[in-house]
Design a protein around this ligand. Sequence first.
Ligand SMILES: Cc1cc2nc3c(=O)[nH]c(=O)nc-3n(C[C@H](O)[C@H](O)[C@H](O)COP(=O)(O)OP(=O)(O)OC[C@H]3O[C@@H](n4cnc5c(N)ncnc54)[C@H](O)[C@@H]3O)c2cc1C
Length: 457
Amino acid sequence: MNGLNVDTLRGQVRGQIITPGDAGYDAARAVHNGLIDRRPAAVVRVSQVADVIACVNFARENSLDLAVRGGGHSAPGFGTWDGALVIDFVNTSGVRVDPAARTARSEAGATWADFNHATHAFGLATTGGIVGSTGVSGLTLGGGIGYLDRKYGLSCDNLLSADVVLADGTFLTASNSENEDLFWALRGGGGNFGVVTSLEYRLHPVDLVHVGVVIYSVEHAETVARFYREQMDTAPEEFGAFLAFHQGPPVPFLPEEWHGKPVCVVVGMWTGDPAEGPARWQPFLDVAPVAGSMVGPMPYPALNSAFDAMYPKGLLAYWKAAFLPELSDGAIEAHLDFGSRVPSVQTAVHLYPIDGAVHRVGATETAFPNRTAKFSPVIACMWDNPADTEANIAWVRDYASALQPFSEAAGYINFMDKDDLPKVADNYGTNYRRLSEIKAKYDPQNLFHVNQNIPPG
Ligand SMILES: Cc1cc2nc3c(=O)[nH]c(=O)nc-3n(C[C@H](O)[C@H](O)[C@H](O)COP(=O)(O)OP(=O)(O)OC[C@H]3O[C@@H](n4cnc5c(N)ncnc54)[C@H](O)[C@@H]3O)c2cc1C
């Protein structure tokens, strides 16, 4: 991009424009995944919708690639791109709660920590991610899995409307009553259809939750995994807990001898009657010897930010995903094999339950089609030593291959890395055709292609 072009854009936006050579360029081009080292032509920290319209028009008119960054957590690093214009929402994170209507409207740069902080003041919440620093935008547009999904559905199931800047620079609102086709596509179709500038959510009464983090030696993982499967078959939807494989984290409730050792963990929360909380967790304390545990009431946002410090910006990361119709014996075996060889203390292998309310939405009601799988596993390998990169990527690939026979064809797009782009069509299954038609209507030139791309059909 030459100087003249930047000056043109500068005259059209109120936000900060950062280009190569500017102090802060390296910080501005970086995303959460430290493996990503891309050099955009400019990063625009937009301040309002008018800036977004200017950027979209500018990228289109100058044939620039356009990347859109909400919270910057995309594992493939789609929030930054070589030679691209990056729309970065980092400076727009306001959340306005309407406690009477039980709704909240969030600006596109809010994180789940921002969102939960705002809604918790009113004793309300909606389904969001399990790490506070993750962006509401990318997470919701891809689906949105979290502790509350069994009870209240995915984040995208709680989306009531979204403001969007389209590829031709026009602005509109999508909801169940206007631009319904676009609204359908935004709920699971990712960043393919436009730049979302704000998102309105339905909220639910969620205040103190009864949290459990129960850590076992990996030698008990088979017992724990089978028990977890049995429990989740009958557990009320108020029980949102996932099975995990980690290295013992340096947390105060885990004795030091376990730090860095392979462990199996059950993590989650009970949102039902607080008096029932201890009894909901007791079976997990009894099923096998416990290496360390923390069980007790906690404000919902505290749980959502409890692990943030373990996942700072800049960790190197490589992820893969699956969808398990069942936690079959074969899937458990694959987890026991690879889960006992988790390569770093930051690596998280999580099996999120996505039944209950998620299953009550039909596969074609929103773009998110995976409405019968019971678990959405993520193999989220994260590490800090570049020397480990090759071995860690190989471990993730082998793990995913071992899990594949027990999985649906694809995995959750928000947990996929860049080399899984060929699986995007498989992931959407019967919804893919409609998505590509809607793409052709709203973005016929595929301006929004720096994402899990659905080309116009
Ligand atoms: C530490 C960590 C924890 C996570 N935990 C969970 C979890 O619990 N549940 C879960 O479901 N996922 C989780 N994820 C995955 C997460 O859903 C994806 O990484 C998601 O893309 C993050 O959204 P973001 O806005 O932070 O990312 P970004 O990198 O900013 O955005 C990702 C993509 O989303 C699109 N996008 C973002 N903002 C906009 C916008 N305003 N308009 C249009 N398109 C946009 C773009 O295509 C962009 O490339 C986690 C990721 C990390 C790194």
